[in-house]
Design a protein around this ligand. Structure first.
Ligand SMILES: [Cu+2]
Length: 308
């Protein structure tokens, strides 16, 4: 719960303080003119009020002052122009999404949020990396909703049957409120969740942990195993995966090895440990690129290529 204040919550995105500067400029301007106009009105109403016996001396015919009218036309016009240019620049910055932004798909429905990340991870809190632009690609399954993150000063309608998008970048790890700000039915007020900003490495770890593991054949192509290993028994840069599991393999040092799960695991994580006879030690290590669950998936795939 934020402490109660008349001000906006502390700015937490890269655009928020720019937005605040413009907001407080307009706010200050409004207060300034409100005070001048109201106090002027009261002051003159009292000063020039009709007293007893004043009925005779009604106002002179004085009704026009060119310098005064120019003054109250030109000054507001200039101020409007400042607000327009300033606002337009900020609007463009908010509207043009950086090309390198991490894209997250947002789905809204009565009365919940779902966030889908690359690699198939999903969540109902929005998890984003710190210090990187994030693009939200949004759509709704039913009525119009609107996604609002007050601390980031970003807000955009979420519509059925089409995509809307917006972006932000947050440079501080932490948790922030996110809620629907378009009245969307009875339980609209429960469409509340959190944005969790994690460091780049924690974010990657979180994505890994929450990803649905793709099938081994998908990984075989994604990690480029297909460029060196065939599935049909033909030799390539590397040995074929066909009927590999359960074989005995000759190694360059003259020893032999049984191809079991542990050998497969070692071959992928530490390819230089055992070099298959007749091949060059050119396979790159996948030590830091392939997580355990993906390794399981790949090994399962290689096992499935064994013909009974
Ligand atoms: Cu809603």
């Amino acid at each position: 719960m934020n402490e109660r204040t008349f001000n906006l919550p502390p700015p937490a995105s890269t655009i928020a303080s720019e937005y605040d500067a413009l907001f407080y400029f307009i706010y200050g301007l409004s207060v300034f003119f409100f005070v001048i106009i109201c106090s002027g009105t009261v002051f003159f109403a009292i000063k020039y009020r009709a007293k007893k016996g004043d009925e005779e001396k009604l106002t002179s015919g004085f009704c026009h002052s060119t310098p005064l009218e120019l003054l109250w036309s030109v000054i507001p016009t200039l101020l409007m122009f400042v607000i327009f240019v300033w606002g337009f620049k900020l609007y463009m910055r908010y509207f043009v999404i950086p090309a390198n932004a991490t894209e997250i798909k947002v789905t809204a429905w009565q009365w919940n949020w779902n966030f889908t990340y690359g690699e198939g991870a999903q969540s109902n809190v929005l998890v984003v990396p710190k210090g990187k632009p994030v693009k939200l690609l949004m759509s709704s399954n039913d009525v119009i909703h609107s996604l609002f993150i007050p601390d980031f000063r970003v807000k955009m309608d979420v519509l059925p049957n089409r995509y809307s998008s917006m972006w932000f970048q947050c440079d501080y790890e932490g948790e922030y409120d996110l809620y629907c700000t378009e009245y969307c039915g009875q339980q609209h007020s429960t469409m509340v969740t959190r944005v969790i900003v994690k460091s780049e490495s924690d974010y990657q770890k979180w994505i890994e942990e929450n990803s649905v593991t793709p099938a081994g054949d998908v990984l075989y192509n994604r990690y480029g195993c297909n460029t060196c290993h065939s599935l049909d028994g033909s030799a390539n840069n590397g040995p074929s995966f066909k009927n590999l599991f359960g074989k005995k393999k000759m190694l360059t040092d003259g020893s032999t090895v049984d191809v079991d799960e542990n050998y497969l695991r070692e071959s992928i994580l530490n390819p230089q440990a055992k070099i298959v006879k007749g091949y060059e030690p050119v396979m790159p290590t996948f030590q830091n690129t392939i997580s355990d669950d993906k390794l399981d998936s790949l090994i399962l795939f290689i096992k499935s290529l064994k013909e009974e």
